[in-house]
Design a binder for this molecule. Structure first.
Ligand code: ZN
Length: 583
């Protein structure tokens, strides 16, 4: 049972979703119909769907005649039930509807929010429970569906979906088909002025024309990553793997929409230093999309497996040094994150009773989950653990799984783990277990040596930063924090032009330190960053740092008042709380 869905799939289950929709940029509405194919498990039972903020016009049965329906009250940010009374012969229904201003999945961008500046842009973000805000369906990761779609878009704009592209029909509508059963949160749509550059026969980059060359150069190793992933954990089963680079308003780093990863442009640093994001989203083609968390309690099965797998891909393609460095930084980062979380939020197998899935979202399922798998690997050895993982993906392919099922497989196939690791503690207790792996990178240790010299001498000219990667800079800045003040920041800035950094990860940390230490030279850069970028991972720490002082809180509210309308609902939800926003 999924506490975050109103659907009753054990009575009547949706098996296929067929969309026929028109994108109305003027009215900011997606309108049309969806045909839902049904598996009638309990004769006479109604079909119950999830719906949130949708304007339902009418429902038709398989014979085309109207069916009675009721839209229940919405609550707790999870929408309400749409109950449809079926006739005996209904093997499908068609719901005609439109989205409203409350379609939190959908973000409509003004031309000014795009790289090209001339055309509007639209994208959807379904995870965790937002697909129900643009499609009435059974919005639970435990219900898998195939889907097909016909999308009418304004002339000159290209529509893309998380599916096989079938081209345009005679009326110029874009057609799509997803033949493999996926959870509803992976149904995704984007539309804008888009161009394509191939990387290999099965892989390429979509982006705005102004971005596509840079994006293509940044992600040119994607085919090598796919091969590394296949080598590790079995064939890629989704046909094409393309990456769509969205405008900076996209609220996440990436979203693993099948066949078409959605990605933030903030990972395009010019030096491939942030491409682990593509390794991550690609890894989801196994962990998450192929084998899916059955409920949002089991989210760590998606993300912990994926971070572990991402790191293995990075090791193969970019070497062990890079992989270790990234895990050391991730562990340091999750420890900082945990300091801001309530104990229940730091448990892997989350108890979401009474909580929205977003309340359980943090770095914990990602990094603590990956460290758990690394700890298991250390016990049984890499060869055996790889066999375990490969079997996990093969035996659960196109299924939704629970933490209990993982536990069962672990105890059965790798029984020695239970004697060597406290598995209960890993899964059910808050905080980081004492037997958590502690990745140690020699490159970052060398940064510590430079840092110690700088702290002792305070001479920026003596700092040996030649050849430092993004990861080394990030480590340096976080580790230098206790020794920083506004004057030291000004000196570092003069020497290394950190404020001018085109690298969003470095800039975000640098801006946070500037707020913390009152380095006012960055005020304009901070406002620009908070206005242009909608990625929650960057917004949250900056607003959090701002609201620590009364003056900062006023400033946060002033910037937010201007920027809020440019953020996706996912980011707004988080930042509303951080700054205490009242509508
Ligand atoms: Zn992920």
């Amino acid at each position: 049972m999924d506490p975050h869905s109103h659907a009753e799939p054990e009575r009547v289950r949706v098996t296929h979703v067929d969309l026929d929709l028109e994108l109305d940029f003027g009215a900011r509405s997606i309108r049309g119909g969806v045909r839902l194919d049904l598996e009638r498990r309990e004769p006479g039972a109604p079909l119950v769907l999830d719906a949130q903020g949708l304007a339902i016009e009418r429902v038709l049965g398989a014979d085309g005649s109207p069916r009675k329906f009721e839209l229940g009250p919405e609550h707790d940010g999870l929408g309400g039930p749409l109950t449809i009374h079926l006739a005996r012969a209904d093997t499908s229904v068609r719901v005609e509807y439109g989205t409203t201003a409350n379609a939190d999945a959908v973000q409509w961008l003004e031309p000014g929010q795009t790289a090209g500046g001339k055309s509007p842009f639209l994208f959807t973000q379904g995870q965790a429970t937002l697909t129900r805000t643009w499609i009435p369906l059974q919005d639970s990761p435990g219900v898998r569906v195939t889907y097909s779609a016909r999308i009418r878009a304004p002339k000159g704009l290209t529509a893309l979906m998380s599916a096989e592209q079938l081209g345009e029909d005679s009326e110029g509508a874009f057609r799509f088909r997803m033949n493999r059963p996926i959870p509803s949160y992976l149904i995704a749509l984007a539309c804008g002025d888009l161009a394509f550059r191939p990387i290999s026969a099965r892989c390429g980059i979509w982006a705005e024309p102004a971005m596509v060359e840079r994006a293509h150069a940044e992600f040119e190793d994607t085919e090598s990553m796919i091969r590394a992933a296949e080598d590790l954990f079995g064939p890629y089963r989704w046909g094409r793997y393309d990456v769509l680079v969205l405008p900076p308003a996209f609220p996440f780093g990436g979203m693993e929409n099948p066949c078409l990863t959605f990605a933030t442009p903030t990972v395009i640093a010019g030096d491939k230093s942030l491409v682990s994001l593509v390794a991550h989203e690609l890894a989801h083609s196994w962990s998450g999309n192929l084998v899916t968390n059955a409920t949002w309690r089991d989210f760590w099965l998606n993300e912990g497996f994926t971070v572990y797998f991402e790191n293995r891909i990075m090791e193969r393609v970019f070497g062990a040094e890079r992989a270790v460095m990234e895990m050391q930084l991730a562990r340091a980062s999750v420890e900082r994150d945990m300091a801001n979380l309530e104990p229940w939020q730091t448990v892997l197998h989350l108890d979401l009773e009474g909580h929205h899935p977003d309340d359980g979202f943090s770095e914990v399922p990602y990094t603590k989950g990956a460290l758990f798998l690394q700890a298991i690997e250390a016990v049984v050895g890499r060869a055996r653990f790889d066999m375990f993982l490969r079997r996990w993906f093969d035996e659960h392919a196109f299924q939704s799984v629970t933490t209990a099922e993982f536990r069962r497989c672990l105890d059965e196939q790798l029984p020695e783990v239970a004697g060597r690791l406290d598995v209960d503690r890993w899964l059910d207790d808050p905080g980081m277990p004492p037997d958590a792996p502690n990745p140690r990178s020699p490159l970052l240790a060398a940064v510590d040596v430079e840092l110690a010299r700088w702290v002792a001498t305070r001479s920026v000219d003596a700092l040996g930063t030649a050849g430092w990667s993004t990861q080394e800079w990030l480590h340096f800045l976080e580790a230098a924090n206790p020794a920083l003040d506004a004057r030291a920041m000004a000196e570092l800035d003069r020497r290394f032009q950190l404020t001018e950094s085109g690298n969003a990860e470095i800039l975000c940390v640098w801006l946070r330190l500037a707020i913390q230490h009152g380095y006012a030279a960055l005020d304009a850069a901070l406002e620009r960053f908070l206005t242009d970028v909608g990625r929650r991972k960057f917004l949250e720490p900056l607003y959090r740092e701002l609201v620590k002082t009364e003056a900062g809180r006023k400033r946060a509210l002033a910037i937010y008042a201007k920027a809020r309308g440019r953020y996706h609902a996912v980011s707004r939800g988080t930042i509303d709380e951080v700054v205490g926003w009242k509508q």
